[in-house]
Design a binder for this molecule. Structure first.
Ligand code: ZN
Length: 110
């Protein structure tokens, strides 16, 4: 399927945008239905991610720990501010969201 999709997290909510040119000529109705279900999966998946990776704790000035899975996440040296930590943690959630969407069995699927 020649449609490029990006998944982003804005203020803790999952969102998906599709970049395309002349979508209707490139994608069949079946593919469009698949995109709709993928968008729904992203939304449902984000709810699951927020259960599994709900928040982080500061462990040190350059390290935070996910309270859900216990992963240590590095904060860039001299940039140990809350906005930076929020961004690093959002990346962590997004990584797991991508992983879950790519391999549903790992997370139990539907
Ligand atoms: Zn986590």
């Amino acid at each position: 399927m020649s449609v490029k999709s990006t998944i982003s997290i804005t203020e803790g909510r999952g969102a998906m945008t599709l970049e395309h040119t002349e979508l209707s000529s490139l994608v069949s109705a079946a593919d469009l239905a698949e995109l709709d279900s993928l968008a729904a999966a992203v939304s449902d998946g984000m709810d699951r991610i927020k259960e599994l990776h709900p928040a982080y704790s500061w462990k040190w000035t350059d390290e935070i720990v996910c309270r859900g899975c216990g992963d240590s996440l590095e904060i860039p040296v001299l940039r140990s501010t809350t906005p930076v930590a929020d961004r690093v943690f959002a990346d962590h959630q997004q990584f797991h969201l991508q992983y879950m969407l790519n391999d549903n069995d790992q997370y139990g699927g539907e």
